[in-house]
Unconditional design. Structure first.
Length: 399
């Protein structure tokens, strides 16, 4: 790929990675991704906004050379220091001997561990600080927890452009980097939502704060770190609308789902009884027994993380809970689930470790696990079913 002109003074030197299928271990990237980096050339100085993944360093340097000699770069701005943004920095500094690194206070700490260097030429970017490139000014705007503590935006008023770091981005890769050239809009918006859920879902209050900061800027281009550049003539307004919708505070119903897996229908019977007890305690709540194997995992994940409280049940097979239960719990939003009420239950035949193992996991996530849960041997008796319903009633009455 070649460098692409964004405005008279800004060029994109983005690396495309259409073959990537997993990002940061947990994110599926069905449509690949891009590592977006930008050069801003003023009348007097040049600045590089973000770097790229070190895997693509040679190609990345060749792209930079299409715009300017790397030795001309006097500032390297890192809006965020995760290795997909900063991975090329260590090697790049050898080619940019005069460059200073503009980074947030938190980022300055992280960079030392990422580069294993204590001699970095750092400039700490505080709120409202700016650098003058000559006819182009870069202003720094802190945007913490979007999605690391070090995150910030960089704004170039003269070019009506804001560099939004990960915010408004997506793991989506097509040959052309503008949103107006996206060939498959439905797939792009699918990737946008998946990216939001994985990256920003745990940080909705910070997303709202970031959107407020962006609303105070006058810009036509949002240069993201991943995915297409967003424009006013393209998808920018729609993406902003969706971010506002997805991050809005919702005053909704009380939702207490009861998730379960059941080998022979015994844990299912307990789940249904617990749900009845919950509804007896809170008639206006939403609660039903949900077979984990019958619903798409992304739907279950969203339901669990949006719930007021939840119950989860599993049979014991080979001295443990079953795999679908562990997969569901692997998607817990650990940041926002602290102290969330949770209840554990299950039927077993030999030893019954599932309930204890799930309880330990939820305690590790700092949830508020109710009582000792419920274990029933083999087929629940009428008394067991009654006890399960009473347990659901007590659970729902406890918050």
């Amino acid at each position: 790929m070649s460098a692409v002109k964004v405005t008279d003074r800004i060029s994109a030197v983005s690396i495309l990675n259409p073959a990537m299928r997993i990002f940061d271990v947990v994110m599926k990237t069905e449509y690949g991704t891009s590592y977006n980096s930008y050069i801003v050339r003023g009348d007097e100085k040049a600045a590089l906004i973000e770097t790229s993944h070190v895997t693509f360093f040679s190609h990345y340097v060749e792209m930079i050379k299409q715009v300017c000699d790397p030795s001309e770069i006097e500032y390297i701005v890192l809006n965020h220091c995760e290795p997909d943004h900063s991975g090329s920095l260590r090697d790049l500094l050898d080619l940019c001997p005069n460059a200073k690194i503009c980074v947030s206070r938190a980022g300055s700490i992280y960079l030392k561990g990422i580069t294993n260097r204590d001699d970095l030429p750092l400039v700490i970017a505080k709120d409202g600080d700016s650098i003058d490139l000559g006819g182009a000014t870069l202003k720094f705007i802190p945007a913490p927890f979007l999605h690391w503590p070090d995150s910030m935006f960089t704004y170039c008023e003269e070019e009506r452009t804001v560099f939004t770091c990960d915010m408004l981005g997506s793991h989506y890769c097509e040959p052309y980097i503008y949103d107006t050239a996206v060939t498959y809009p439905a797939k792009y918006f699918e990737a946008l939502k998946g990216y939001y859920d994985a990256i920003f879902g745990p940080f909705k209050p910070y997303v709202r704060a970031g959107l407020e900061k962006l609303s105070n800027l006058d810009y036509d281009f949002a240069c993201t770190s991943h995915g297409p550049i967003l424009t006013r003539d393209g998808k920018l307004n729609e993406v902003l609308r969706l971010y506002n919708e997805w991050s809005a505070q919702v005053q909704g119903e009380v939702d207490i789902p009861v998730f379960y897996c059941s080998a022979y229908g015994n844990t299912e019977k307990l789940a249904q009884a617990i749900s009845r007890g919950i509804l007896r305690a809170k008639p206006d709540a939403k609660s039903e027994a949900i077979d984990i194997n019958s619903v798409e995992m992304s739907v279950l994940q969203a339901r669990l993380n949006a719930s007021t409280a939840f119950a989860v049940g599993s049979p014991t097979i080979n001295s443990d809970a079953v795999a679908p239960v562990w997969e569901l719990l692997s998607h817990v939003d650990a940041i926002n689930s602290k102290k969330r009420p949770a209840l554990v239950f299950g039927s077993y035949g030999w030893s019954g470790e599932a309930v204890g193992n799930i309880t330990a996991r939820l305690n590790g996530l700092r949830m508020s696990v109710f009582e000792d849960g419920l274990k029933v041997t083999f087929v629940p008796s009428d008394e067991d079913i009654k006890n399960a319903e009473e347990l659901g009633f007590r659970f729902a009455s406890s918050f």
